[in-house]
Write a protein that binds this ligand. Sequence first.
Ligand code: COA
Length: 328
Amino acid sequence: MPAARISGVGMYVPPKVVRNDDLRAFYDTSDEWIYTRSGIKERRWAEEPASTAELGYYAAQEALQAAGKKAVDLDLIIFATLSPDLYFPGSGVLLQQKLGLETTPALDIRQQCSGFVYGLSIADQFIRTGMYRTILLVGAEVQSTWIDYAPEGRTVGVLFGDGAGAVVIEATEALGRGIRSSHLYSQGAYAMELCIAEPSSATRRHILPGSYGMRPYMNGKEVFRHAVQRMGEAIQVALSTQNWHPNEVDLYVLHQANIRIVQAVAEFFGLPMDKFFNNIHKYGNTTAASIPICLYEAQAEGRLKAGDKVILAAFGSGFTWGSVALIW
Ligand code: COA
């Protein structure tokens, strides 16, 4: 049975940097409040007419190049996003068209901040069964268009940013490399604790021309508490399945929602923070893009080497969460 291995990583963030103090144009906030509570210093915002599929396309091109592959080599595209270009169809088919492909299947998944972890697990299953050998997984978001710029939108608005990350996942027969296990969870009882409920098919409200009309809602304290507990559990099950001691793992890459969440998880396992790769200070929460952007930068900085033991974990709206254990 082949294993699934990440063979190329790419990322793209829009050039426009928005610093914490720049947000004071909309909100009653401060660099001090945002940084001490989240670890965020700045984020990127796409400028029109950039779209989620377009950001994903730039990241995908880099991942393909890194893997030494062409778009025509792909057997499947998986696109993870909570901010698709359109209500329907999904951004996956838009990316497929941008890549110049004719009939390659494209699958969109809606697991928000856990989208990349879910996507890796899906890719792993397709490769293990032998159905596909080369898969592109993209996590991309344009969130600056749903942020609520009204004063009451500040709690959510300061946390999120735009960006994209992509990986090529290939079948490998080389023993000991690739994805070793994945564990996925969700709990719809908490669906309304972090959501955009309008516009929706349920409310039949429509966005009027010229108005944003989006009202994101987040119960910050509840999300924080669950994120720490659930990512801790997901990491524990990955460690137990692999029979790895927490210290034996070379690098932990957790979804970048809040540096204090990562610190709490590190503390729970008694691990130093340098076991965790973080870049939230530069990009904020890029939702489905955050883990692949981390992988890209970790590799570029020499913190991911062939044979390294790696654990990825994410938690997000749904609630959804999960972990992946892999040998890089
Ligand atoms: N700037 C300044 N003040 C703000 C603010 C902002 N951007 N947003 C909220 N506040 C105010 C609130 O109005 C509140 O004021 P009040 O006490 O007068 O009512 C106060 O700050 C809340 O502060 P605090 O209780 O210290 O907030 P917190 O420690 O719970 O931190 C979050 C808030 C959002 C940073 C935190 O709850 C969090 O990170 N939660 C998880 C978010 C997350 O990870 N989301 C994505 C999951 S994938």
